[in-house]
Design a protein around this ligand. Structure first.
Ligand code: F6R
Length: 609
């Protein structure tokens, strides 16, 4: 949510900053801007719209200089206008700030500043920061930034330059991600590694309450009181190739097609097939598998698609580990004073590792004494570091705003954790069957992807419909929710996911010939039950799209369209049934002319409440 990039080095800053912004655009894309500091002044260009609009407006007239900052915005305070776009200046236009996060006491600070004679131009909380730094400035930029930040309540990742102290870039973090990229003769600051990997894979992750100064000599880190800190340099495990589209028209399609590999990567080195268990090095430190007996309750918490994966995990863990499990929206959980203690195990899921509500839920759980485990994709992210320990899903960078490969990898990670925690419970035979089935998933996903054209054909039939229902039961109820979310977020078609049997309690009133109903109906324990639900829809004239398992001819007479997927263990079936739904949503959105990778009003990681 908002992308920041900054650069100091020997090369021209503007092209590097604009390129960095392009790589961060998935974090927000309603306005963008860049400031270059040179020759005793700041040259700022900013406007509403996407980065390509900014680039076109700048044309060949790039700001000149080797130090600068840039920002791509997802509006929180104030509409996406040029005035509200970052960087923001102080009154004298000699300090520029880019910011990701929310300054919660911006109103009070603004009033104080106005009383002191400052005139603010925008509606944003960020502009307040530029004026606070100005007010605190004596003769050193980092001291002014630290003094300003001590008055601030809320979250921030910021980068600041000033023509008063023109050989320096100051960055600071509290609650919004920020890292330093350490290159040869070049230093970067960025919201995530995607902005810098083309130039360096050596990064330093800043923690909350930390400040960094980047200058011509190098970088130094400290806390806000100026006490120096020594930070570890980490190596990013992926490179530029991983985050490029590689011939696919959209990141989302590329990421859907990456799933055989991403799921394989989630399992790599972890699955012990013969023993029917998993080796999870990240967990053994704080959650040795035999310790599960200490816990009387598991709470899974997440938002959005990650919450849907968590719901599947609830079914898995309860069935195999035989412990009561609940799944909670992180945003609700944190505000209702949840009953937790040292006998509670909390598992937080997040692709980005930066979702503000999930992070806050973790903090709440830790304060109450619960053990907290994370399942995260982005290495070194805030959630991964806030948890006691965790499991990385290793799905690789996910750029498309609609989450696809992270979902299947999260479900696989949950299956691995289920095996890891359930080897105490009998019968172990079942665990070995699950482990064997996990091993086959990548090839089975490949078989479904081979039906892409068939699914595109189906999308052609339905892309003009205005409403969809998605129905599933058991392990496939969360898949119904996920299928509906994918469709609504990228095609703007209204879609609802329901447990199929709930339909009779209300939604059945919606059924007519204009209502496509997507049934997720693989064969398994609840198949006969869902078959009756299909009959009920058919009897009321609904159009039925069925996702079922190969070899099932029974739905032929009822369904208008059938997509089959290979059979796997019932608890893993969601990894396969979700793939046709991802493709269906993708093709419908493309046919409707929607911006698939950057749907309106959304951003990839929601770092504000
Ligand atoms: C939907 C989607 C969102 C995210 C949600 C949580 O496609 O991507 O619903 O799943 O914002 O994000 P993470 O997993 O990064 O915490």
């Amino acid at each position: 949510m908002c992308g920041i990039v900054g650069y100091i080095g020997t090369a021209e800053a503007a092209p590097l900053l604009l390129e960095g912004l392009r790589r961060l655009e998935y974090r927000g894309y309603d306005s963008a801007g860049v400031t270059v500091c040179a020759n005793g002044s700041l040259d700022t260009r900013k406007m509403a719209g996407k980065i390509v609009d900014l680039e076109q407006a700048i044309g060949g007239d790039l700001p000149q200089g080797t130090l600068g900052i840039a920002h791509t915005r997802w509006a929180t305070h104030g509409a996406p206008t040029a005035t509200n776009a970052h960087p923001h200046h102080n009154g004298a236009d000699d300090i520029a700030v880019v910011h990701n996060g929310i300054i919660e006491n911006a109103g009070v600070l603004r009033q104080k500043l106005e009383e002191l004679g400052h005139e603010l131009r925008s509606e944003t909380d960020t502009e307040v920061l530029a004026h606070l730094i100005d007010e605190a400035y004596d003769d050193n930029l980092e001291e002014a930034v630290a003094a300003a930040l001590q008055q601030v309540e809320g979250t921030y990742g910021i980068a600041v330059v000033s023509s008063r102290d023109p050989e320096k870039l100051v960055a600071a973090r509290n609650g919004s991600p920020l890292l330093l990229g350490i290159g040869d003769h070049s230093l970067f600051v960025a919201s995530d590694a995607a902005a810098v990997v083309e130039h360096t894979r050596d990064v330093v992750y800043l923690d909350d309450g930390e400040l960094a100064v980047l200058d011509r000599e190098g970088y130094r880190t400290s806390d806000l009181r100026g006490s120096p800190l020594t930070k570890e340099v980490s190596r990013v495990s992926w490179d530029l190739g991983t985050i490029e589209r590689g011939g696919f028209p959209h990141y989302m399609l590329k990421e859907i097609f990456e799933q055989p590999d991403s799921v394989r990567d989630t399992m790599r080195g972890r699955l012990l097939v013969e023993q029917g268990t998993a080796r999870l090095g990240g967990l053994s430190s704080c959650l040795p598998s035999q310790d599960i007996a200490k816990y009387n309750r598991i709470v899974l918490t997440a938002c959005g698609t990650s919450w849907h994966a968590a719901l599947i995990g609830e079914y898995m863990l309860e069935e195999f580990a035989r412990i009561p499990v609940e799944t909670e929206y992180a945003s609700e959980f944190r505000y209702r004073d949840p009953v937790l203690d040292e006998r509670s195990l909390v598992i937080a899921l997040s692709q980005s590792g930066e979702t503000a509500d999930t992070l806050a839920a973790i903090r709440e759980a830790k304060e109450k004494g619960a053990r907290v485990v994370s399942i995260v994709n982005v290495v070194g992210s805030s959630i991964a570091r806030a948890a006691d320990c965790g499991v990385y899903i290793h799905a690789g960078p996910e750029i498309g705003v609609a989450s696809t490969k992270a979902f299947t990898s999260q479900v696989v990670a949950l299956a691995l954790i289920t095996l890891y925690l359930s080897t105490q419970s009998e019968p172990l035979q079942e665990q070995a069957t699950v482990a064997k089935a996990l091993q086959q998933l990548p090839d089975q996903i490949g078989q479904i992807l081979a039906r892409n054209e068939e699914i595109r054909g189906m999308a052609e039939r339905y892309h003009l419909n205005k409403n969809f229902l998605y129905l599933g039961r058991g392990y496939n109820f969360p898949v119904a929710l996920e299928g509906a979310l994918k469709l609504k977020e990228i095609s703007y078609i209204h879609a609802e996911g329901y447990p199929a049997a709930e339909m009779k309690h209300g939604p059945i009133a919606l059924i007519d010939e204009n209502m496509p109903v997507v049934f997720i109906a693989p064969q398994g324990r609840v198949y006969q039950k869902i078959l009756s639900n299909v009959e009920e829809v058919k009897a009321r004239g609904g159009r039925v799209i069925a996702i079922t398992t190969e070899g099932n001819g029974e739905l032929d007479r009822l369904a208008d369209h059938i997509v089959t997927v290979p059979t796997t263990h019932e608890m893993l079936q969601p990894v396969l049934t979700v793939i046709p739904l991802q493709l269906l949503a993708y093709h419908i959105a493309v046919l409707r002319g929607c911006h698939v990778d950057q749907p309106r009003n959304l951003a990839k990681s929601v770092t504000v409440e």
